[in-house]
Design a protein around this ligand. Sequence first.
Ligand code: ADP
Ligand code: GLC
Length: 476
Amino acid sequence: MTKALFVVSECAPLVKTGGLADVAGALPGALAQHGVAVRVLLPGYRTVMGQIGKAKTAARYDDLFGGPAKLLACRVVGLDLLILDAPHLYDRDGAIYGDATGADWPDNAERFAALCKVAAMIAADGADGWTPDIVHGHDWQAGLTPEYMHALGVTTPFVFTIHNIAFHGNADASKLGILGLDPARFTSEHFEFWGQISALKAGLAGAAKINTVSQTYAEELLTPEFGIGMDGILRARQADLSGIVNGIDLDAWNPATDTNITPYKSATGKSANKKALRQTFGLSPAAGPLCVLVSRLTEQKGIDLLLDALPALLTRGGQLALLGSGDPKLEIALLEAAEHHQNLAVKIGYDEALSHLMMAGGDVIVVPSRFEPCGLTQLYGLRYGALPLVALTGGLADTVINASPAALARGVATGVQFFPVTAQALANAFVRITDLFHDSKTWKSLQSNAMKQPVGWETSAAAYQDIYRSVIGTRP
Ligand code: ADP
Ligand code: GLC
């Protein structure tokens, strides 16, 4: 077995703010089928510590960025975990990246540098009698790992996955000493970025291979528009950059066995869930499609475009049920819009069980993102027969087959894509999907195509295994 250490800041079902957690929670199981044994190194946030039960102490650190810490080894919910129990960094009220007001924790640089430093120490000395053959970091929170490995003289290959390039994990240069980083490497070649320490750049510079979570996003990242300042370094590393589309956990997201819904095997079984969903959101029966949207509410997700385009759906008898939380301005705008439109219902909050019912009861899952490295909700929608209506970008471009005349003629379409990513194009897409919905023969065939599309991890886990194979034995 190849031994891989995941370094990651969230992992479902223990702690989740977005798709990163889903990937960290599901990919290890898929890799196990390919001869890769993964251990996931995760911060011991208060919520995680409350779920792990009895754990073995694998290492102790007297002073890890300002306090004592322990590394705990345990197996929980089928995952082999290494939990970094550092109360001074992780045991606090509020969310995992920030306080209750939504502001980032001021010591986020130290909090995630600690994770990276411990990853490097595990690569150097092992933990719990286990030494990884490969270290696999995810997003900026894992980015400093190769710097600390370099400092310890460890040559274990480091693979870096970009889930979202918009977050750079920058810290003020004055933190170089506190973080124990080598000032001689504070250069544009390593981790200096416009005068700041960039954890993301450290990861990109130090990785033997870089990948992101879809082929299209891998190409988009090379452009200034999507690369957000990192396109230059990515163009320089193009030979080592690839796109591997995410899968979903086919057990957690299985309409035939899902305990959050009335289970069904074919799309005809969706009707009981549709009724329950309308009841939950206080929507009356309507003639048009019942659309759903489940998302973090941020600029990335195109919620403002949705608000502008919505009349095209609502005036045609369609409905929208939306679940999300995030930017307070977007939350308020959505709640206000819902007051004015009886066919728009909004719930602000985070509700995993309800998100399952939305896929089961919805006719359409809407994902109007400005950029989307992969996106998971359109994959849930495919599996549950809620047809994706998505922006033509990133993973949304790669996982949905647009109902173009050609795709309809060949009987392969699974949803609707729109481009450019504007309110007008989204409004047109609402018209197209409403027309398709009223053509019940075509709609049924789209649903059946969608529900048959493979959305698991099988192919992608094999692609990660190939990357690991290609770098084991090579120096970063
Ligand atoms: P991102 O990681 O950019 O947020 P993804 O589509 O990859 O986007 O993943 C989002 C994940 O978070 C999905 O599993 C989605 O169902 C879940 N999610 C987002 N917002 C909510 C919410 N308000 N309630 C429940 N689940 C949510
Ligand atoms: C990021 C991206 C999302 C992707 C997820 C998991 O949060 O925004 O598109 O699906 O990571 O890779």
